[in-house]
Design a protein around this ligand. Structure first.
Ligand SMILES: Nc1ncnc2c1ncn2[C@@H]1O[C@H](COP(=O)(O)OP(=O)(O)OP(=O)(O)O)[C@@H](O)[C@H]1O
Ligand SMILES: [Mg+2]
Length: 302
């Protein structure tokens, strides 16, 4: 007896697998539509900046974002690289409350390492992935103007003014801006900025839709010692409440304080993501589930 159906051809499993990929692409479509033309500021730090595999995963993600019409801006750190360079020169890095004491000699090393090594290395990495990346420091085009944060810290700046014109010009030329966290002081000296804070200020000045922190933890934990306490989503008010408990410290504090000010000034969402997860940027931006912690405006639809 014949069923009228033909025997499965050897092509079918392959087509089925390919159809699965089409489904993934279709799932990404509403996100591509929603974010087309919008600015996403990404703070690139932690081990995603050092591990070779993760560096390439990051570069691929940023390239894809720019290819689908999103405007990524990368602000990078470089603390470990600066400390290594100092030690090679026989200098011991000094920190006060997590901030690098930056005397004349130190700020020269900071500038050399950030503008001369870390920034061009990221630009080269991205260009190798076909993104039209271009590197600048926060000094260029008067992007960041700083004031001394605390005279005891030397050339550690707090951002006093942001002029985002240079970034807008780069977008017009289809470039992906890669920014080293340096600033010109009102005294015309070079200042070292906290990259987390700089990214937040930039997101505000650019009217970015998203501010993303790629870091070394999965997201925000209610209790850092309890891995089950990861917060997947929280509103701006909930974040303010969490900060008021005083349980957030170390490197997470400048990120979350920056998230609060960025959201207060209109940035729609902020994300804390694990840069140790391959393609964490794509997973967060293009999938409904997302990963890491998302902070959103009170009352906003998610
Ligand atoms: N409640 C919390 N949830 C998550 N992380 C927290 C919390 N409180 C403090 N942290 C710390 O914040 C750290 C992330 O900031 P950190 O400055 O170390 O990384 P980064 O800024 O991504 O990298 P880099 O400073 O090298 O650019 C985490 O590794 C964690 O130890
Ligand atoms: Mg940090």
């Amino acid at each position: 007896m014949t069923t009228g159906h033909s025997a499965p051809s050897p092509m079918k499993p392959r087509i089925a697998a390919t159809m699965g990929k089409a489904k993934i692409l279709m799932e990404a479509m509403p996100f591509i539509r929603a974010f087309h033309g919008s600015i996403v500021v990404i703070k690139y730090g932690g081990s995603a900046m050092v591990d070779e595999g993760l560096r390439h995963s990051f570069a691929g993600d940023v390239t894809l974002l720019s290819l689908v019409g999103i405007r990524p801006v990368v602000v990078h750190g470089g603390g470990p690289q600066i400390s290594d360079a100092m030690r090679r020169l026989g200098l011991e890095p000094k920190f006060v409350n997590g901030l690098r004491v930056s005397d004349d000699e130190t700020i020269k090393i900071v500038q050399t390492v950030l503008a001369g090594e870390v920034n061009p290395d990221i630009v080269r990495l991205l260009i190798g992935h076909d993104a039209r990346a271009a590197g600048i420091t926060g000094i260029d085009g008067r992007l960041f103007t700083a004031e001394p944060k605390d005279p005891a810290l030397g050339y550690v700046g707090k951002v006093a003014e942001v002029d985002p014109e240079i970034i807008l010009g780069m977008f017009e030329h289809g470039l992906v801006p890669i920014i080293a966290p340096l600033a010109r002081g009102r005294d015309n000296r070079v200042y070292n900025l906290n990259a987390d804070t700089a990214a937040g200020k930039l997101a505000t000045a650019l009217g970015a839709k998203k501010l993303v922190y790629l870091t070394d933890v999965e997201g925000i934990y209610r209790d850092l010692n309890d891995p089950t306490s990861l917060i997947q989503r929280m509103t701006l008010s909930e974040l303010r409440d969490l900060l008021a408990t005083g349980t957030i410290n170390a490197g997470m504090l400048p990120k979350l304080e920056s998230c609060v000010t960025a959201l207060e000034s209109g940035v729609a969402r902020a994300h804390i993501l694990d840069g140790q997860i391959q393609h964490s940027l794509l997973l967060e931006i293009f999938t409904p589930e997302g990963i890491g912690t998302m902070i959103y405006q009170d009352g906003a639809e998610i």
